[in-house]
Design a protein around this ligand. Structure first.
Ligand SMILES: Cc1cc2nc3c(=O)[nH]c(=O)nc-3n(C[C@H](O)[C@H](O)[C@H](O)COP(=O)(O)OP(=O)(O)OC[C@H]3O[C@@H](n4cnc5c(N)ncnc54)[C@H](O)[C@@H]3O)c2cc1C
Ligand code: SF4
Length: 546
């Protein structure tokens, strides 16, 4: 029987109840009977990208009766047919189109930073869904680094609460930031999580179970997690939340069209009025144009600025909305050192969801330290190929690599997310190289600053201490990056950003950006929940109720 809070969720988003209840994962009828708009129809809203930000916008406005089409460059995934419980076999979930990287600390692109297809990167994200802290919204005023948002935590709080119920999120009561509870109780913890809790406990560091967008119990027609550890390969079970199952079914049932395999190549502007007219896109080898009253771009932090720059016109010669040279700037990636510890007893870290236990005890600026802002620590639990990458990055090869691989079941792995600071020179521009559509690809330049390096060093020290305290006899750390946000940030005015506090472009009144690109800072939280909350708030604004 549905609980009171489930009924409240169902009243605003029925997705979990629209999925089949017969052991299969996709409502094929809903997809087959989907409303289909004609290119020549001037629909209310065309959305570019059907991931964390785009899907929420589509669902919220379809519910309000808007005529919405969301175009995604990738496929409309069917978990039963398309996803496999195999690490290597899952690589087609990633955005693997060419991108150029440079700067003094280039960020490798691929599996670890973006997805392709309906559901976006959340299809293969880990499932951690922490909120940002109130301090994230005023780092410039409080810490003299980063930027102040043009909105604050209180503006997002009701949206956090709603999305947490819709995913739903499971976890212990959260003591950090704005303390809060979660709709579902915490999951039981596997070997890796137990080690984190044990080591942190010995050092007096608070660590908690959750918050993860993985159903702990049945939710609508979605089943309980079965703890098989394939969250980053696309959860075939439908226990882990992604918009493909949490928002798209409801969007379809309210008349939205999801147009898969539709690569948008340009946002077209009326050169006389300066308003957006619609988008050019490629679909089944054909060049097409969808007319719309409003356009929203939600293609992820690299592809959104790239599309704006590729949409240059007479009126916007340096790229759409780029009169103040803000498009593509302030792109952020989190430093993500990963530390593994070996234990005599078997850990078998793969036997649970990789996201389980985390700590935000080091999140804010500590005046006793010589760096600003902070980091979080989380269990990560790599599967064997990712474990081999960790070991190889340490320089082990041949016989040594084989020995580490054979020893896999004895290792526990923690990861940290360090708040690398937003800097104008870390940006997307257009490269000379072209993709298969003949469009210039993104060039992403990235360099760290001293504060970034100091944070990463301290995060490594704390993780190594935790694993030693838990009893590890050998500890190895590699440095990585995780998540990408920014590149079309929100700001108080057009000289400092691309969109306003409601995600509306300063330059084009009927153009919105509703993905991770708009975030001015990133905290040391995983970003998906905040991206969804920002998009849900933008939807309320568009519908005239925020
Ligand atoms: C391995 C991995 C693990 C992660 N783990 C976590 C986690 O635990 N917690 C968390 O909060 N976050 C996590 N993330 C990050 C999170 O998934 C992303 O931050 C979030 O999905 C970004 O949302 P978005 O709307 O900006 O873009 P996306 O969700 O990536 O959606 C963008 C969509 O736009 C489409 N698109 C792009 N360009 C075009 C175009 N020109 N035309 C049409 N379509 C286009 C893409 O195909 C894609 O579907 C993880 C990411 C990865 C890769
Ligand atoms: S561990 Fe749970 S959430 Fe992760 S893939 Fe398996 S069933 Fe899905």
């Amino acid at each position: 029987m549905a609980t009171l809070s489930e009924r409240a969720v169902r009243d605003r988003n029925e997705s979990a109840w629209l999925l089949p209840n017969d052991g299969t994962r996709t409502n094929h009828r809903l997809r087959r009977d989907m409303r289909r708009f004609d290119d020549a129809d001037e629909i209310d809203l065309v959305i570019v990208g059907c991931g964390a930000g785009g899907s929420i916008l589509a669902q919220r406005l379809a519910r309000r009766g808007w005529r919405v089409a969301a175009l995604d460059a990738g496929p409309f995934w069917d978990p039963d047919a398309d996803w496999v419980s195999d690490e290597a076999g899952s690589h087609r979930l990633y955005w693997t189109e060419p991108r150029v990287i440079d700067g003094s600390d280039p960020v490798p692109m691929g599996s670890n930073n973006s997805g392709r297809g309906v559901g976006g990167s959340m299809v293969h994200y880990a499932g951690y869904t922490p909120r940002f802290h109130p301090s994230d919204f005023s780092t410039y005023t409080d810490d003299g680094v980063g930027a102040d948002w043009p909105l604050d935590y209180a503006d997002l709080k009701p949206y956090y609460e709603h999305i947490e119920q819709e995913l739903p999120v499971a976890g212990e009561r959260w003591p950090w930031g704005d303390p809060h509870g979660y709709p579902q109780r915490p999951h039981p913890v596997g070997g890796n999580g137990e080690i984190f809790l044990r080591g942190a406990g010995k050092l007096g560091i608070t660590a908690k179970v959750g918050p993860v967008a993985i159903s702990n119990g049945r939710f609508g027609n979605r089943p309980h997690c079965i703890y098989r550890g394939f969250c980053l390969q696309g959860c075939k079970v439908n226990a882990k939340a992604s918009p493909l199952i949490t928002h798209i079914p409801d969007a379809l049932s309210h008349g939205a069209e999801i147009r898969a395999n539709a690569m948008v190549t340009e946002v077209v502007i009326d050169q006389r009025t300066g308003r957006a007219l619609g988008v050019h896109y490629r679909h089944n080898g054909r060049e097409r144009f969808q007319r719309a009253r409003m356009v929203a771009v939600a293609g992820y932090s690299i592809e959104t600025p790239r599309l704006l720059l590729n949409s240059a016109s007479k009126r916007f010669p340096d790229g759409l909305g780029n009169d103040y040279d803000q498009v593509g700037r302030y792109l952020m990636v989190q430093g993500a050192p990963q530390t593994a510890g070996r234990f005599d007893a078997e850990v078998r870290m793969y036997k649970a969801p990789p996201p389980e236990v985390s700590s935000e005890a080091f999140y804010e600026t500590d005046p006793a330290r010589d760096y600003q802002r902070g980091f979080s620590i989380q269990t990560v639990s790599p599967l064997p190929i990712t474990w081999a990458e960790h070991v190889a990055a340490q320089g082990h090869w041949g016989r040594a690599l084989r020995e580490y691989m054979s020893d896999y079941v004895h290792w526990s792995t923690l990861g940290s997310l360090c708040e690398f600071l937003a800097r104008p020179g870390n940006r997307v521009t257009l490269a000379e190289e072209k993709d298969a559509h003949g469009l210039p690809v993104a060039r992403f330049s990235y360099s760290q600053c001293d504060n970034d390096r100091a944070l990463m060093k301290q995060a490594q020290t704390v993780m190594e201490d935790i694993l030693h305290a838990a009893g590890a006899d050998e500890v190895i750390t590699i440095n990585r990056y995780a998540h990408l946000v920014g590149g079309a940030r929100m700001a108080a005015d057009e000289q400092h950003g691309v969109v306003d506090r409601n995600c509306r472009s300063f330059a084009v009144p009927n153009l919105y950006i509703t993905d991770g690109s708009v975030l001015p800072t990133q905290g040391s939280a995983n970003p998906a929940l905040t991206i969804m909350a920002v998009a849900a708030r933008a939807a309320d604004h568009l519908a005239g109720s925020a």
